[in-house]
Design a binder for this molecule. Structure first.
Ligand SMILES: [Zn+2]
Length: 302
């Protein structure tokens, strides 16, 4: 994601993405190709229609066109109010905008029938926690589409072979890369998904052809498309980014309420919340969460 290369680790987590021009991150030929490919794959993987879906880490709404016309209700969630405001300016009343921590989702269990979480997982330290949260809020059969940064990519294997990298990519444990990224082993992710109660998992690899097309210039037209090769790279598990589609098997059907207030809970204690025009308030732990310009702020460390 478009995090700054250097950031202050003591800064509050909710402030990390504030004021960052994430749109700028998605400029340039290689990034455009990757953006296009990710959107094509996500469009293909999402069900044609559904009731309620959530885009976790929606940013400025980069992926919105993939899902806006397919669901009756859309929740766009991000840790950054700045980015949510940009999404809101573009998509207005087509979505509900919520600021929250992906680890503590302010929703009742089984609230959604689809969830998308792209370019978020590699920033979260507790991968088990986020997958458990996603499992909790998804009704069965609920679709989860997310991606992770692959520690076993061909590039990492070669760097290890020529001893440029100290870390062994074969080892299953997650590793950090730079200050903001956590890389995961495909086997580690697959095992964790099964243990958490997800099944029917499919993988797609991206981040290869977009890089290559940048390097080969005119020869690009002779290359097979990234879309065609994504299932192959996904099965090989050697691409730098892996997109995963999986399904929550257990659990009741999602709550079929029209009103967003009916699915909201306190993210700190999962207690019942009441609301007026300015804030939500937890009836159990008394925390309150402000609503400003139509964006409810459920971040716990603001
Ligand atoms: Zn509470």
């Amino acid at each position: 994601m478009g995090l700054p290369k250097q950031f202050d680790p003591y800064k509050m987590r909710s402030q990390l993405y504030e004021g960052i021009e994430y749109k700028e991150f998605w400029t340039g030929k290689s990034k455009n190709k990757l953006d296009e490919l990710e959107q094509t794959i996500i469009r293909k993987l999402l069900p044609d229609s559904g009731y309620r879906m959530i885009d976790i880490g929606c940013g400025f709404g980069r992926l919105a066109e993939c899902y806006l016309d397919r669901f009756q209700q859309i929740v766009m969630l991000d840790g950054s109010i700045t980015l949510l405001k940009q999404a809101q300016e573009t998509y207005k009343e087509k979505a509900v905008y919520i600021a929250a921590d992906a680890n503590c989702l302010p929703f009742r269990s089984y609230s959604f029938d689809s969830a998308v979480m792209i370019r978020v997982f590699h920033h979260l330290a507790d991968s088990q926690r986020i997958l458990s949260e996603l499992k909790r809020v998804l009704g069965g059969p609920g679709y989860l589409i997310f991606n992770y940064c692959n520690k076993l990519s061909a590039r990492k294997l070669i760097r290890r072979l020529i001893r440029l990298d100290k870390q062994n990519p074969i080892n299953l444990a997650p590793v950090t890369s730079g200050k903001t990224m956590i890389l995961h082993h495909p086997t580690y992710i697959h095992r964790m998904l099964i243990q958490t109660g997800f099944a029917q998992t499919e993988y797609f690899g991206v981040g290869v052809m977009d890089k290559l097309s940048e390097k080969v210039g005119q020869l690009e037209k002779w290359l097979p498309s990234g879309e065609m090769l994504a299932p192959f790279f996904g099965n090989l598990k050697l691409a730098p980014w892996i997109i995963c589609k999986t399904q929550s098997q257990e659990g009741d059907a999602f709550i079929n309420n029209n009103c967003i207030h009916d699915i909201l809970v306190c993210p700190a204690c999962y207690g019942f919340i009441t609301n007026n025009t300015q804030k939500y308030k937890c009836a159990e732990c008394n925390r309150s969460y402000p609503i400003e310009d139509g964006i409810a702020d459920f971040r716990l460390d603001f």
